[in-house]
Design a protein around this ligand. Structure first.
Ligand SMILES: Cc1ncc(COP(=O)(O)O)c(C=O)c1O
Length: 395
């Protein structure tokens, strides 16, 4: 047996995003990249803010000692101090550098958290639609990932969540603004979730952690507000990255912030710092820590994505697609027109338009359009969106 059965299954299993990526590569080779409309990946191609590259150049040119050296496993102290101040003001709580651990993006951070908290067989829950990499992240550390069906308007169904939480539930993951729906959970939803988690923690005599995966909080439209969680639920952990807000997904930089009120705080932090060292990626990239640590007030301009959203929504609405406009992120999650889920995805593919079916987010009946592309790509794709719509409606 050459490789592990688990990995063999996972590697050959249905990743819709990967399948679309492969189909896209074939189409691009045949017709040229400019003639394929790739809305499949959440890979922002917007340039980072100019301050980011200016800061990098400043750091590279500086004579600071130990510029490229190893650092404390949690990350450079001054970087964590700056980030702690920012998160404290956003979350209405007190935090210090001790609450912050620099990580290899949100993906690295999520693995650090789950490795630290999970015992074999313990469960991690998320409301659908959701980012399905969580399943692998939980599985990496002996956990079991389970989904709870969200409501038709992509909110958390608190009653359904209540039924699913059991004595083995170690954590709930939330993601707002949400990939793929663009939903921003209201403060009311967060308050209800917090009340449920306090109740269930008491019932089972063990605190359930709330993990908030927040890489899109700065890509927010129409003056929406992302609800704070630290002042609503003590046993909470934020994990996030600069991949989307600074448009630097390849640079692998993010952080974990742990609430001061979290159960077993010191053990939790010590465990996470150890995991940040032993998971294999060994801490977060040093140069990137220094850059983001001094740019805590800089983000890409969310209005650029809001404009793309409006071009896309206006165009699709005129054709007849049904959807809830996203309140944040760069994803739209329309209903599938036509007889079944794959009909529209296949019809769009014929028009050289790549999207991802909702099953890839445990929410069939919808499909995801990732609009972090040029405005002109969205505009040029409209004719294809129309042809595909008509085709599936006639079938
Ligand atoms: C919801 C969600 N969480 C986490 C990640 C991972 O992001 P990172 O690049 O910070 O690892 C992504 C990336 O697309 C995402 O959409």
């Amino acid at each position: 047996m050459p490789i592990s059965e688990n990995i063999k299954q996972a590697a050959t299993g249905a990743s819709f995003i990967r399948k679309m990526f492969e189909k896209g590569a074939i189409l691009k080779k045949e017709f040229g990249a400019e003639n394929v409309f790739d809305f499949s990946l959440g890979n922002p191609d917007m340039k980072p803010p100019k301050e980011f590259e200016e800061k990098l150049i400043e750091i590279i040119k500086s004579e600071m000692p130990g510029k490229y050296s190893y650092m404390p496993n949690a990350g450079h102290l001054y970087v964590r101090e700056n980030i702690a101040k920012k998160v404290a003001s956003e979350q209405n709580v007190d935090l210090t550098a001790n609450n912050i651990i620099m990580t290899c993006g949100a993906g690295g951070g999520m693995n650090v958290i789950l490795k630290t908290i999970l015992n074999p067989g313990q469960k991690v829950l998320a409301s659908t639609p959701c980012f399905m990499e969580y399943k692998f992240y939980a599985g990496n550390h002996g956990g079991i990932f389970e989904t709870v069906a969200g409501t038709e308007d992509f909110d958390i169904d608190i009653e359904a969540m209540e039924k699913k939480i059991c004595k083995d539930t170690a954590a709930i993951i939330i993601n707002s603004p949400n990939n793929p729906s663009g939903k921003v959970y209201s403060q009311e939803t967060i308050n209800k979730l917090a009340a449920l988690l306090y109740k269930k923690s008491e019932e089972f005599g063990r605190e359930i952690y709330l993990i908030s995966d927040e890489p899109y909080t700065k890509i927010i439209f129409d003056n929406n507000k992302v609800a704070s969680i630290f002042d609503k639920y003590k046993h909470s952990i934020i994990v996030t990255s600069y991949s989307k807000e600074l448009s630097i997904p390849g640079e692998r930089i993010g952080y974990i912030a742990v609430n001061n009120g979290a159960a077993d705080l010191q053990e939790l932090l010590a465990g996470m710092i150890l995991c940040n060292r032993i998971l294999g990626f060994v801490n977060a990239p040093g140069l990137m820590q220094r850059a983001v640590g001094e740019l805590t007030d800089i983000t890409i301009d969310p209005m650029v994505y809001q404009k793309k959203r409006d071009i896309l929504c206006d165009g699709l609405r005129k054709i007849g697609y049904e959807f809830i406009p996203p309140q944040g992120t760069f994803y739209l999650f329309p209903k599938c027109p036509g007889k079944d889920d794959m009909a529209i995805v296949d019809a769009l593919l014929e028009e050289k338009i790549l999207v991802v079916p909702g099953s890839g987010f445990s929410f069939p009946g919808h499909f995801r359009i990732s609009f972090c592309v040029e405005d002109s790509t969205i505009e040029r794709a409209m004719a294809g969106f129309e042809k595909a719509f008509k085709k599936v409606m006639e079938e």
